[in-house]
Design a protein around this ligand. Structure first.
Ligand code: CP
Ligand code: NVA
Length: 308
């Protein structure tokens, strides 16, 4: 079964093919209305289940639109409204859904839920975010970087803020796509060592630098994300804000990166917390290209999963 669970679990050559497919499918849609079908209809006769145990705007809409553009059908399911939210096991849910649908995308809390779904499903499963990783986002981000600046291999990516699930997928991608990654943030919010070690084992130069100004020197790309993720307790909000405030991405910080550095944020953002509006709306920012590319990158991921 060809699942898309995490970036390090997919072969680099296949990841490259997915990005190239995303770019060419995007180009082929130039000038079409959003609701227009693609010229090819690779998902014709395919039914896709989109399961959400957490809120979503981009993932939900981009998957739904993407399937429809490729000729498939979708059903969007809220975890709470499924029997899954009332005691049915994930394994039974996987076996049952496999009798109805051709592909499952899930956004969930525990990584174990995703892994069990993939283990027991007879159809491909795509990770639409867990507490630990967010691979679809980073596929869109790689596509976005390369559209603006060419190959990402050998470039310097700097993450400023919380060592969270989105950072983890950047670390996975650093190993697979061959870019260098610097994390700058407070020691209490460091990424899990496993993600750092894996990227290093694949030859990526991964650095931890407490000083954000030093960290962004020579950066080709500066990235941040919300200071409080969906899985973080609200009770930690004030502490996290205090710890992360020195890592806000603002014009002063961007001035220390390369003059043509890009700025990314997966969104949703809390404007003027993790990044200022001046940066988000400024000349370095490609945040809405990232959001758009969720659509194109995920269409390519779905085609790869289904072999169509
Ligand atoms: N970036 C992202 O995954 O956004 P949503 O939470 O809106 O899906
Ligand atoms: N780190 C964020 C990403 C949202 C797309 C979260 O998990 O809430």
């Amino acid at each position: 079964m060809t699942h898309f669970l995490d970036i390090h679990k997919t072969d680099p050559a296949e990841l490259r093919n997915i990005i190239d497919t995303a770019k060419s499918m995007k180009a082929a849609r130039a000038g079409k209305l959003r609701g227009a079908l693609d010229d090819d209809q690779p998902l014709k006769n395919h039914m896709v289940a989109l399961i959400f145990e957490k809120p979503s705007t981009r993932t939900r809409v981009s998957f739904d639109v993407g399937v429809r553009q490729m000729g498939g059908q979708t059903m969007v399911l809220s975890g709470k409204e499924m029997q899954l939210g009332h005691g049915e096991t994930i394994a039974d849910t996987a076996r049952v859904l496999s009798r109805y649908v051709d592909l499952i995308m899930i956004r969930t809390f525990e990584e174990q839920t995703l892994l069990e779904l993939a283990e027991y499903a007879d159809v491909p499963v795509i990770n639409g975010l867990t507490d630990r990783t967010h691979p679809c986002q980073i596929m869109a981000d790689i596509q976005t970087f390369e559209e603006h600046r060419g190959p990402i291999a050998g470039k310097k990516v700097v993450w400023s803020g919380d060592g969270n699930n989105v950072f983890a997928s950047f670390a996975h991608a650093a190993g697979q796509f061959g870019f260098d990654l610097t994390f700058t943030g407070p020691a209490q919010l460091d990424p899990e060592q496993e993600f750092v070690d894996l990227a290093r084992s694949k030859g990526s130069n991964v650095l931890i630098e407490r000083d954000p100004v030093k960290a962004v020197q020579g950066a080709d790309l500066v990235v941040t994300d919300t200071w409080v993720s969906m899985h973080d307790p609200q009770s930690a909000r004030e502490r996290r804000h205090n710890q992360l405030r020195p890592y806000q991405v603002n014009d002063d910080l961007m001035a220390h990166a390369k003059p043509d550095a890009l700025f990314m944020h997966c969104l949703p953002a809390h404007r003027d917390e993790e990044a200022t509006s001046a940066v988000m709306d400024g000349k370095h920012s490609v945040i809405f290209d990232e959001a758009e590319n969720r659509l194109h990158a995920q269409k390519a991921v779905m085609r790869w999963c289904l072999g169509v």
